[in-house]
Design a protein around this ligand. Structure first.
Ligand code: BG6
Length: 505
């Protein structure tokens, strides 16, 4: 385990240290970064929560989290000892200025020992209701002011609608500058998601056909097999549109539809992405049904296991109107994409866990081959696979070997695993490292989050005002409700079953 020599000494202050996010994702990612030599030699993890745990107890808690969730499994004893020695616990009540002052003293003390001014990263792995009090506490204790070395990381959801987003964001922006704020959308840290831009802009062959002249439509699918598990009470307040579409799916849309950046940096890439959101045709409130479909799973079987209906899950209202499935049909009104439908869908309790983007190209203008060559002619599709496969598949027609002229669809594949023969880092590793090197390219700027809220608000409002009469309307283990099929069928299209949805979760 070498340390990264190009990184400044770092104090990583993790609020919500006993929570699920810290345990499952943040600390395992930090540990994997440590093993790969991506942490600076002087690094401290300050675990902040309201518990009475001491340093050893919180370290033990993290050890379990790493064992269960790190891509490497249980830490080797020697590596663990070195990592555990960097962990300290601090009990803090977010309404207590004295507690924030104690935190400030601890940070100052460590910097004194190191004889350096460290980068200070405040990571809020807490409910968003605590963002404002924590930011205020940090400010009162003088911990927010040093713009160049203080960074604040926040998780989604940033609000529950555009109004609450403004409230939270305004509070953060009163205390921190935009360049200090790192808003996480973990999909942007996924290797295959980052590869979308590499594929589009590091190769000359895609760009000329990446437009309305060649692309017929685009399908973005993020399907999950799991139900809401123990998250019933918070999921009841969100639903699929807020939980997945407002952030992850719209970000995927931006990466597919954006113009080429002039330079690959935070300002330019995010500027080009927000241009896409601004170009999306607003969904009229009186025609939401033509652009959106919602669903809620009833009981069903997924890969041999029974899933109870959403309304029977823990902490879920037995008459719940919360959607566990959402689909949108969007148009990007600009020169490149005018009138090309982008179909987005996501759901829980679905047939397979699969995330992919399918670019469906236009049909050939004229069929020169005789009908005897094969009736199963299929359109050319480029599929960007995010999960479970990671790669790119081009589906096209080829001639079957033999004397007869027969055509058949075939696949040309690029697989990350086979091409690079190396393990891909978890999204959180990439994102945490980027915070440390102060690169915000893969993080959400305020205007992106705002534009995304604006886009989904008409649908959220209409759905809230008009409870669904047909919930539950899809069986767990299916591909979603019929209304979603009709949404695309009205254009003569279909969702198509995603490719290679092989691996059960
Ligand atoms: C989260 C959502 O942002 O993303 C969850 O809140 C969802 O509901 C998760 O399950 C999916 O992420 P991944 O990385 O497992 O595809």
């Amino acid at each position: 385990m070498k340390a990264a020599t190009n990184l400044n000494d770092t104090l990583f202050v993790l609020f919500g240290a006993s929570g699920d996010l810290a345990w499952r994702l943040v600390v395992p990612a930090l540990f994997d970064l440590f093993i790969d030599g991506h942490l600076p030699s002087r690094f401290q993890l300050l675990a902040v929560d309201r518990s009475d745990k001491n340093d050893a107890e919180i370290a033990l808690h993290f050890h379990q989290g790493i064992t269960e969730n790190s891509r490497r499994g249980e830490p080797a004893p020697e590596a663990w000892q070195t990592f555990a020695a960097m962990i300290r616990h601090i009990k803090l009540n977010v309404t207590s200025n004295e507690d924030f002052q104690r935190l400030a003293d601890m940070l100052a003390e460590t910097e004194q020992q190191w004889a350096s001014q460290a980068v200070r990263i405040f990571y809020l792995a807490t409910p968003s209701a605590l963002f404002e009090p924590i930011a205020t506490g940090l400010s009162t204790a003088g911990l927010s002011q040093d713009r160049s070395r203080v960074r604040l990381v926040v998780e989604k959801p940033l609000g529950n609608d555009i109004e609450s987003f403004h409230k939270i964001n305004d509070a953060l922006c009163r205390i921190f500058e935009e360049r200090q704020l790192f808003r996480i959308d973990h999909f942007l840290g996924k290797e295959t998601v980052q590869n979308i831009l590499a594929m589009r802009f590091a190769n000359p062959i895609f760009e000329p056909i990446w437009n309305r002249h060649y692309v017929d439509h685009v399908v973005i699918t993020v399907a999950e097999t799991l139900g809401v598990e123990k998250r019933g009470s918070s999921y009841e307040q969100s639903g699929a549109l807020r939980d997945m579409v407002q952030n992850h799916l719209l970000q995927l849309l931006c990466l597919v539809a954006m113009e080429p950046p002039v330079v690959y940096d935070a300002d330019d890439v995010r500027g080009k992405k927000v241009d896409v959101l601004h170009a999306v045709r607003p969904i009229p409130k009186d025609a939401v049904d033509q652009f959106a479909a919602r669903g809620q799973y009833g009981e069903g079987w997924i890969q041999g296991e029974k899933l109870a209906a959403y309304r029977e899950e823990l902490n879920v209202d037995p008459h719940s109107n919360t959607e566990t499935y959402a689909a949108l049909k969007l148009y990007v009104d600009n020169w490149r994409w005018q009138d090309v439908p982008f179909y987005l869908r996501t759901g829980k309790g679905m047939s397979n866990k699969v995330s992919e983007i399918s670019i469906r190209f236009r049909d050939v203008p004229h069929h020169a081959f005789p009908a005897s060559a094969g009736l199963n002619s299929q359109p050319t599709r480029l599929i960007i696979q995010i999960y479970p496969e990671q790669g790119i598949v081009l589906k096209f027609m080829a001639k079957e070997p033999g004397a007869q002229l027969r055509l058949r669809p075939v696949d040309m594949r690029f697989s990350y695993k086979e091409a690079f023969q190396t393990e891909t880092p978890a999204a959180y590793e990439t994102l945490l490292r980027d915070v440390m090197i102060n690169d915000a390219t893969l993080f959400m700027r305020a205007d992106q989050v705002e534009a995304a809220w604006k886009l989904v608000m008409p649908v959220l409002e209409v759905w809230a005002d008009n409870p669904a009469a047909d919930f539950p309307n899809y069986a767990a283990g299916s591909w979603g409700p019929e209304s979603a099929d009709l949404l695309v069928a009205s254009d003569g299209n279909s969702w198509l079953t995603p490719t290679l949805a092989k691996k059960p979760t």
